[in-house]
Ligand binder design. Structure first.
Ligand SMILES: Cc1cc2nc3c(=O)[nH]c(=O)nc-3n(C[C@H](O)[C@H](O)[C@H](O)COP(=O)(O)O)c2cc1C
Ligand code: SF4
Length: 655
């Protein structure tokens, strides 16, 4: 008997039946398309994930050129898109699941650069939270009718390409949601109105047209359970809209939240709780007769099963958990959830990449986007590998080495593996790192890595092992700052500060109003962790704070810091004293904040590794030991070091 009986039960969605209750949510990839036509990179990426799922959704296909929100997406008006999409549905069907295509129009959220023209919208009102947003042009009635027709045409193309379902995008601040919104829709004609029922006319027309154009397909509509900002639409409007769309022919609703720029985001991150948008789905479900699918930070199968058991929703849409581990559902079915590689919810390598037009990947799974590469098998010739340091880079190198058949010995100075990630996991915004470390620890154990923790190693001990490869993953250290007067304050390395954090406010010898010094994510996370205890602190950054995080994560951090009242100072000149932080700028010196300690939070310099002059092996530095950066680079480099080493050992030997 499965531990998740509801997750693995069937569900009817209009004309189709789901074989279980998990669908892959729409995710734009930033790769896999050439001028709007899917290519084999996309097919391979979807094939890798769809094997167990009930249904796999292809992200945002634009129904018209001016509705493009990204460039690497389906361009549904192009005749050649049909054959590209047919290859996609074939790949998904090979795994036995259903294929769904999301259709949308970006409206005012389409950038003029991507869409090729001035954005259009119900009214000439720019996006409220996107600084660079252009003022859109108000659509004429005739143009509205043309867009409705384009949705119908796109649905027919999808049907011919073999899709089983369409998801109409009526949420996230795109065109249909703009019509629903009193804020964005100021029209006085039949598409506007004081009530959401009046403003739902466009959504209802689109859904009816898609229903009529592709009656054999299941028709899902994604709506917002809440727009997530004051003045946006909320749960009661969502329930009304859901009922109207069910009446227009929708077979199911997928209930999400937010528009571009709202914090918390549509894509939950950092310390946003798991299943954060589920209450919105539950509310809509109480008001409609059709199935409701919940989406948003379902990281653990048990959380999904509990949502189904409570009757909050009928199925779950999963996104990033399937980027991090394509076998998420297969592992749940086999009861092996502790083998699931966990998503850490920082969006650095996935959604965070889309803003800059780059392809997505995944911080914990560097294989995302390169599914077409032939997977490495075990090395023909087994090598002896020594890994020095078990932070993320070292853990990945050691585990990967063992998986590829090498004999791996790993040294770690601390009692437990984790390095900088274990430290970061002490802060609420990076708490999901703890799951990642637990996953690595298990993998080290089951992979048979000989972990020698709790003592520093030296070149002699390494040389004695006579390795073929030494991976140096010793991380990075902080440097004292070049600030006048810094030595007047008690100085804490961030590791000691976070180590003491749980009891710091109860103890008189701990700082009460520290200055956290640093530009990187760990400085922001530390400041927040301290401020969350209702204590004052100052974040002093040399340059742009959070520059090592994606724009999305950075904005989430800065919003949280401001809400917590953390004083943020950027740049020097500054002087520190026992009275606090002083700023001189162009004018007279000013006292800006109190301070009783300085916390050094930036790891600026690679740690000095053990001497290697006795070691005859190849030596590779990875992660922060190469250059201090982030989790994404650390894991990617740790993995690549072992892949390279193994590839070389797979080459046929020269005569
Ligand atoms: C890389 C990425 C791309 C996304 N693209 C889309 C999209 O094309 N359409 C959409 O409705 N939502 C998109 N989303 C939002 C997801 O569908 C989903 O609502 C969100 O990621 C929360 O689910 P998760 O926590 O399971 O990832 C995207 C999310 C990510 C991470
Ligand atoms: S990049 Fe980060 S947030 Fe995105 S799927 Fe991977 S681990 Fe999760």
């Amino acid at each position: 008997m499965s531990a998740y009986p509801l997750l693995f039960s069937r569900l009817r969605l209009g004309p189709v039946e789901l074989r279980n209750r998990v669908v892959m949510t729409a995710m734009t990839t930033g790769f896999g398309y050439e001028a709007g036509i899917p290519n084999e990179d996309l097919t391979a990426y979807l094939r890798e994930r769809s094997g167990e799922l009930a249904m796999t959704t292809v992200g945002f296909g634009a129904v018209r050129p001016e509705g493009r929100v990204e460039s690497k997406i389906p361009w549904m008006w192009k005749p050649e898109v049909e054959s590209g999409l047919a290859a996609v549905t074939e790949a998904i069907h090979d795994g036995g699941g259903l294929a769904c295509l999301q259709l949308g129009h970006g409206g005012r959220q389409a950038s003029p650069q991507t869409a090729g023209s001035q954005p259009v919208a119900p009214s000439a009102v720019p996006s409220p939270f996107v600084r660079s947003s252009a003022t859109p042009r108000e659509l004429t009635i005739r143009e509205i009718e043309e867009i409705v027709a384009s949705f119908g045409d796109a649905a027919q193309t999808a049907a011919r390409a073999g899709f089983d379902a369409i998801e109409v995008h009526a949420g996230h601040g795109y065109l249909i949601q703009q019509f629903l919104s009193r804020d964005a829709n100021r029209r006085s004609d039949v598409y506007g109105g004081a009530t959401v029922a009046e403003r739902a006319r466009f959504a209802v027309e689109v859904v009816s047209r898609v229903r009529g154009s592709a009656p054999e397909l299941a028709l899902l509509v994604r709506i917002n359970g809440s727009d997530l900002y004051a003045g946006g639409e909320g749960p009661s409007e969502a329930a009304l809209v859901g009922a109207a769309l069910a009446g227009a022919g929708a077979d199911a609703l997928i209930v999400s939240a937010g528009i571009y720029g709202t914090v918390p985001y549509t894509i939950p991150l950092l310390d946003d709780p798991e299943a954060i948008h589920l209450p919105g789905a539950a509310h809509v479900r109480a008001h409609v007769e059709i199935p409701v699918i919940a989406v948003g930070a379902f990281a653990r199968p048990a959380v999904a099963e509990a949502a189904l058991r409570r009757g909050d929703c009928d199925a779950i849409a999963v996104g990033r958990a399937l980027l991090a581990d394509p076998q998420w559902l297969a592992k749940a079915r086999r009861g092996r959830v502790d083998e699931i590689r966990p998503c850490v919810a920082t969006v650095d390598a996935c959604a965070g990449m889309l803003a800059t037009g780059d392809p997505i990947s995944c911080s914990v799974n560097p294989e995302v986007g390169r599914e077409r590469r032939t997977p490495l098998t075990r090395a023909v010739s087994r090598g002896r590998v020594v890994v020095v340091g078990l932070g993320p880079a070292g853990m990945e190198a050691a585990c990967r080495g063992a998986e590829l058949g090498h004999e791996v010995v790993a040294f770690e100075r601390q009692e437990r593996p984790g390095g900088a990630a274990r430290l970061a996991a002490r802060t609420p915004t990076l708490v999901r790192y703890a799951r990642l470390i637990a996953w690595f620890e298990r993998r080290l154990r089951t992979g048979g890595v000989d972990v020698r923790a709790g003592a520093a190693t030296d070149g002699e001990a390494i040389a004695e092992l006579d390795p073929d490869l030494v991976v140096v993953a010793t991380g990075a250290i902080t440097d004292p700052p070049l600030i006048d007067g810094y030595d007047e304050l008690a100085t804490w390395p961030v590791e000691d500060f976070l180590g003491e954090l749980p009891s710091s406010l109860d103890s008189t010898d701990q700082p009460q109003c520290p200055v956290i010094l640093g530009d990187g994510r760990i400085a922001l996370a530390t400041a927040l962790a301290f401020a969350a205890r209702s204590a004052g602190c100052t974040l002093l950054s040399r340059s742009r704070p959070g520059g090592d995080a994606s724009g999305m994560a950075r904005r989430a951090y800065l919003t949280r810091l401001d809400r917590q009242g953390v004083v943020r100072l950027v740049g020097y000149p500054v002087r520190l004293s026992t009275q606090g932080v002083w700023w001189s700028g162009d004018g007279p010196e000013e006292h800006l904040s109190e301070a009783d300690a300085l916390v050094l939070a930036d790891r600026r310099r690679p740690e000095r590794p053990p001497r290697m002059d006795l070691v005859r092996a190849e030596v590779v530095r990875v992660g922060d030991a190469r250059t201090p950066r982030d989790l994404t680079s650390a894991i990617a480099e740790g993995r690549e070091a072992l892949d390279e080493f193994t590839r070389a050992r797979m080459m046929p030997a020269r005569a």
